[in-house]
Write a protein that binds this ligand. Structure first.
Ligand code: NAP
Length: 311
């Protein structure tokens, strides 16, 4: 009999992240039992067809009974309702975590409902694609990616160690940081780029002098990479914007100032300023490839194991 890290893991939400976790847990034999819960009958049926768990529930409360680890994988805005639903059914000594892209708001929404005899440690795997639902997940999603855990001060060290071990077994490298700092960092590296992409793609769509077919035809010249980000799940990104308002607004105002400086350099034909900025940013791209967070292959090497484009 293999020794499992957890006996029973309950996944609340079985979309891209939940189903990827189910797949990697199966691949790595992390849990003896994987319990799946989602709110809609259609998604639950699909998860069952895909064989993502051993038991399936529409009621999240039913799913968490007896679970040693509960991972909430729903849009950030649904975290509080899920916490309320599962709280009375959680096993004493269980670990509850989440995967939401925003941390301070999720902790504020969930923590008050989690019983004192249950450990709660929020988390965020820095891994994803623009696809959603149980079919979009894949076992290698977390391989070589970071996972950030944001325990509150005084949280139990053994529970934290166990969660760190879990994410390592899923292929990730774990970093522990303060929730507020997480939200600021992610506002720069993830939230701002998505907002800019949504904006650019929206602007191109509104143009009257350049036709839609021209935008699509010549998209390989740069636009295409923005469309990938702008195709990300609208509910997830609505919730990210609504729940990380302060950090996002701060980054957007910094961005607007820098954009004005760039606009000025173009207006005044300041080639040196443009060249200097573009050289500096090219260096950042190189650092990123060196750090193994991207590839230098065409199309960013985006293929996952099903042969479909990922990330
Ligand atoms: P997803 O593929 O859209 O799946 C969402 C899951 O949550 C589905 O099971 C869905 O259930 C359920 N759900 C949706 N709205 C709900 C609600 N109001 N109440 C209860 N359940 C609800 O989403 P995902 O991409 O896996 O994202 C899940 C979480 O991971 C989000 O918090 C997101 O911020 C975070 N995250 C995402 C990425 C990414 O790239 N996608 C990366 C890192 C972290 P039904 O299908 O049954 O309606």
């Amino acid at each position: 009999m293999p020794e499992f890290l957890f006996q029973r893991v309950a996944l609340i939400g079985i979309g891209l992240i939940g189903s990827s976790l189910a797949r990697v847990m199966e691949r790595e034999k992390i849990a003896a039992e994987i319990i799946v819960s989602t709110r809609s009958e259609n998604t639950l049926k699909r998860a069952e067809e895909l064989g993502l768990g051993s038991r399936y529930y529409l009621d999240a409360g039913d799913a968490v009974e007896g679970a040693d680890l509960v991972i909430v994988c729903v849009p950030v805005g649904a975290s509080e309702a899920v916490a309320k639903q599962i709280a009375p059914r959680l096993k004493k000594g269980a670990i509850v975590t989440d995967v939401g892209s925003v941390k301070k708001a999720v902790i504020a929404a969930m923590r008050p409902h989690i019983p004192q005899d249950v450990y709660f440690i929020a988390g965020h795997p820095i891994a994803g694609t623009e696809y959603s639902g149980p079919d979009s997940g894949f076992a290698s999603l977390f391989d070589g990616r970071w996972c950030i855990l944001t325990p509150e001060a005084g949280e139990d060290a053994t529970a934290l160690d166990k969660l760190v071990e879990f994410w390592k077994a899923c292929g990730s490298t774990v970093e522990v940081m303060d929730a507020e700092h997480h939200d600021l960092v992610l506002a720069v590296v993830s939230h701002l780029p998505h907002i800019i992409a949504y904006n650019i793609v929206g602007t191109a769509d509104d143009l009257e002098t350049v036709t839609k077919s021209e935008v699509i035809k010549y998209s390989a010249s740069g636009f295409r990479d923005f469309t990938r980000l702008a195709a990300s799940d609208p509910i997830m990104w609505r919730d990210v914007c609504l729940n990380n308002k302060d950090a996002i607004l701060e980054m957007l105002s910094r961005f607007s100032e820098d954009l004005s400086a760039l606009q000025r350099a173009i207006r005044w034909s300041d080639g040196d300023a443009l060249h200097q900025l573009f050289t500096r940013t090219r260096g950042i791209r190189r650092d990123l490839i060196d750090a193994g967070q991207e590839t230098s292959e065409p199309n960013f090497g985006r293929q996952h194991e099903n042969g479909e484009p990922a990330q």
